[in-house]
Design a protein around this ligand. Sequence first.
Ligand SMILES: NC(=O)c1ccc[n+]([C@@H]2O[C@H](COP(=O)([O-])OP(=O)(O)OC[C@H]3O[C@@H](n4cnc5c(N)ncnc54)[C@H](O)[C@@H]3O)[C@@H](O)[C@H]2O)c1
Length: 351
Amino acid sequence: MSKLRYGFVGAGAIMRTHAERLVQRDDVELAAIADPAEGPVQASADKFKIPGRYAQFADMIAQENLDVVVVAVPNAYHAPAAIAALEAGCHVLCEKPPALNAAQAQQMADAAAANGKRLLYGLNMRFQGESDVARSYLDNGRLGEVYHASVMLFRRRGIPGLGSWFTTKAISGGGALIDIGVHILDLTHYLMGQPQPVAISALTHARFGNNPETYNYLSMWGTRVPGGPFDVDDLAAAFVRFANGASLVLQVSWAANTSEGGNIRLMGDKGGLELSPGSSVKLFTEDNGAIADISPLYPKPDAYAAEHAHLIDCIRDPAKALRTDGAQGVVLQKMLDAIYRSSAEGREVPV
Ligand SMILES: NC(=O)c1ccc[n+]([C@@H]2O[C@H](COP(=O)([O-])OP(=O)(O)OC[C@H]3O[C@@H](n4cnc5c(N)ncnc54)[C@H](O)[C@@H]3O)[C@@H](O)[C@H]2O)c1
């Protein structure tokens, strides 16, 4: 079987996360990388021995005869890069969020369908061991009908790249919600069986990022740009109604005066689940006539490596269904759009 030729659009932090997993596989070849910033291109290409080095992704895609393109650029550039790659006949792993908005995500899904290529989103939480266990409980009927989910993902002081593209709405599409809320909202929706969202009421806040001179922090992914913009949310709260009658309450922060952590609670009419991403999962059930908890032991694979293995399996076997495909990306992005719209308009909005 021939090796799959990989190209990367973007040579930043998450590109390196992906490359670290891919270099461990013997069925892929890291062929090229494109980024207008020369320093990151040379550093990442040297580190992973990637021969093709480009400033423009269009040149890389035109010249490198790639099988797979990993889109690892700021959110505003996901759609143009992914669509160019799909139209050139490449499969795509595109980082989260799918795009800036649902219209772009729809164009990406359409490009994948029109060209018969795979489009997987980098929603790596779906590939964590807890997620596999939880989804199998759902699929095996242990939860019955899931009618409510309560989900939170709080960082106490963890705004990424304050002042950089991460906190510039025109490039990121938003703040805490679209950056990390996207992961936990997507995972919860997947674990509920992907009901159709119909209406959302939400409110977003900005209380820390817009005071950069007094902002103390515990962690910062990316690089701070002093004096740069902050016109996004650092906390979001939302209530989602689904067509099947289910409800979901979401709370997410980059920065808030509360303890850190992520937690998903699913409530079904036969059983319930509590999941801490990357940490634990517990089933709330009844057993032998008694109310009982089950705390399973399970494998904990590296989620990024599992994500790549899944995409490669799906490329090799066209009959296999992708776990996070273009159509699912559109639904997810519609929920994100509706959360921001509801907050801006101060009312519940249709999804
Ligand atoms: N799945 C995850 O856990 C996870 C974690 C972090 C980031 N991400 C996502 O990955 C993406 C990139 O984030 P990052 O942390 O690597 O950012 P980063 O700022 O470290 O790197 C982005 C790189 O993209 C380059 N770039 C900008 N425009 C480009 C273009 N048109 N063509 C090619 N390169 C271009 C920049 O020069 C930079 O080197 C974002 O969408 C982010 O949401 C996902």
